[in-house]
Design a protein around this ligand. Structure first.
Ligand SMILES: [Zn+2]
Length: 565
């Protein structure tokens, strides 16, 4: 802050969970999240027109965000050379301007794509009632810059409230979210059929956003948001993709008829077979599974506290600006890593939100970079974690929750599971900095694995085995897992690497002779888990160590295996 600072202001917007929880299609979930971030960007740019305003957080890039993921968080803190009353007035005005921008976008849909408004004048009122915004403005006296951001987060969290929207007598609820009043009818594909839906302003926007030219321009010319099947099986169809996110030729015709891929459909199988450029022309079980990844930084608050201790008061403003800039850069890096699927090729994954240390993305489970090489979701998680620490130092961590589910599994349930993996499991481990993955099979079976990023070799071996299994023609994981399960009690009593080697030589000689590399990974996984390697910490619970590895093998067997199993 400089000597002229008269006031501080903080602002939050929501409700992010409400926006996401009704989403049934990927594009609804994407735009629900993207909308709030875009709203904040518009809002902040409106406020920046006033040169007496200085944002402490977030850092706002000069260039408009043209990525298809939100970069701007749901909150900001700023300082101003104006009085509290003036700042409050300014924020409220900018809020009205921003809302008007989006109301006009929604109203612009009238007459297009079978959309007919019957309550156009209510759009503004409904949007205003839905958005939960909280403003706190305080005079600068008595506020220390080093704890300003923390202080404002606390104030804003305390003022956040849950509002319930009550319908007027003549209004009907939106048939999509069943929450807000409807304002228009529209034609929406539901399965294979086109249906007429009564929709609220928000659902209209979520379903038709990419039909609006202003939105297309905002996200670098994208005209189509991929369905779950298009994301999970991206390697089968990317050869058909055009710059605007659509497809050409036979696949275009197919997707004009169907709103989702049917992997058993002969027509689709032919489309994949007929394009010889596709590296993997066989439909594998993992093509039918989509991953939702959620990430959140660990120890950020402590890092700021520690680093700012040695600073003079006059240096604080500069430090906070620099730190906000780093967090912004982290978002940009995370976008690139998710989109390129850990530096494979561009536009493989679909990052939804990459504000600061948070990540939300739709990703395929695996992706062939050549006939013999495959990148997995574990590689993406490792890359995100490594990059984050490169940027912010080794004192911080990045916990990641991933939920993998059948591509037709309800999207909101998969999202909720990924949040549970992140906040319920990964961030509850000692030392955090953890990866937790949940797999829900179409058959109803579950599997779950947890790895600390602080023990990279364990995760590396698991990933190595997963790749070996995904690349192999034969499905050997079933028999290996079955054999190990039989010898569970023997494994618990193994105390040296030599004993372990003998065990594998005796029981897996066939696989070892045939040069099957997967078995080496399995052996190494047990070696690490049982603490047989000198570099490993000793193991206190042998039984649990063996069970953990068996669970990990079960997970891989499930992920790579056929549906019937
Ligand atoms: Zn709705």
């Amino acid at each position: 802050m400089n000597d002229n600072t008269l006031s501080y202001a903080g602002f939050t917007i929501g409700p992010i969970n409400d926006v996401l929880k009704h989403a049934r299609k990927t594009r609804e979930m994407w735009f629900g999240s993207y909308f709030l971030s875009w709203y904040m960007e518009e809002f902040e740019r409106e406020l920046q027109k006033n040169n007496k305003i200085n944002f402490l957080t977030p850092f706002i890039e000069k260039k408009e965000n043209d990525r298809r993921a939100g970069l701007y968080p749901d909150r900001f803190v700023l300082t101003s050379e104006q009085s509290s009353d003036e700042v409050l007035n300014l924020i409220e005005k900018a809020g009205d301007e921003t809302r008007k921008f989006f109301v006009d976008l929604i109203k612009g849909l009238d007459g297009k794509y079978g959309i007919k408004f019957f309550a156009k004048t209510d759009v503004d009122k409904i949007l205003n009632g839905f958005l939960q915004t909280n403003i706190v403005v305080l005079p600068a006296d008595g506020i220390q810059e080093d704890n300003a951001i923390e202080k404002f987060w606390n104030y804003l969290d305390a003022t956040e409230e849950h509002r319930h929207f009550t319908l007027g007598k003549s209004e009907e609820t939106c048939q999509r979210c069943k929450t807000l009043p409807s304002v228009a009818t529209a034609e929406v594909m539901d399965g294979e059929k086109e249906k007429i839906w009564k929709l609220c302003p928000l659902c209209l926007l979520k379903l038709f956003a990419l039909e609006i030219v202003d939105v297309q321009n905002k996200v670098s010319g994208r005209h189509r948001y991929p369905s779950t099947g298009e994301i999970s099986a991206v390697e089968l169809i990317e050869e058909y993709r055009t710059e605007d996110g659509w497809y050409r030729g036979s696949l275009k015709k197919y997707l004009e008829k169907h709103d989702e891929i049917d992997f058993n459909d002969k027509e689709f199988i032919e489309i994949v077979k007929n394009n010889t450029k596709i590296r993997c022309q066989e439909i594998k079980p993992y093509h039918k599974y989509i991953a939702i990844l959620n990430a959140d930084g660990d120890g950020i608050g402590n890092l700021v506290k520690k680093e700012s201790e040695s600073l003079q008061t006059s240096e604080m403003g500069n430090y906070i600006n620099e730190f906000s800039k780093k967090l912004f850069q982290s978002g940009v890096d995370n976008f690139d890593l998710c989109s390129s699927y850990s530096s494979s090729v561009k536009d493989i994954g679909e990052p939804i939100y990459v504000g600061g240390d948070d990540v939300l993305a739709f990703l395929p489970v695996a992706y062939h970079t050549s006939d013999k090489r495959i990148t997995t979701i574990i590689d993406v998680a490792l890359a995100l974690n490594t990059k984050f620490k490169e940027l912010l130092g080794q004192d911080v961590g990045l916990s990641i929750g991933i939920s993998i589910a059948y591509y037709k599994h309800p999207l909101a349930v998969t999202l909720e599971k990924s949040r549970e993996m992140l906040f319920g499991i990964a961030k509850n481990q000692v030392g955090r900095d953890t990866l937790a993955i949940h797999l829900k099979k179409h058959s109803g079976n579950d599997a779950q694995v947890i790895f600390s990023f602080r023990e990279p070799e364990r995760l590396g071996q698991f990933n190595g085995l997963l790749k070996a299994i995904l690349l192999s023609e034969e499905d050997l994981m079933g028999s290996i897992h079955y054999n190990l399960l039989r010898f569970k009690n023997l494994l618990i009593h193994i105390e040296t690497t030599e004993q372990l080697t003998n065990f594998f030589d005796n029981n897996f000689s066939d696989q070892l002779k045939s040069g099957y590399t997967g078995i080496d990974y399995v052996k190494r996984m047990f070696e690490l888990a049982l603490g047989l390697d000198m570099r490993c910490s000793p193991v206190t619970d042998q039984k649990k160590a063996v069970k953990d590895v068996l669970d990990q093998l079960w997970f891989i067997k499930f992920l790579a295996g056929k549906e019937e199993e």
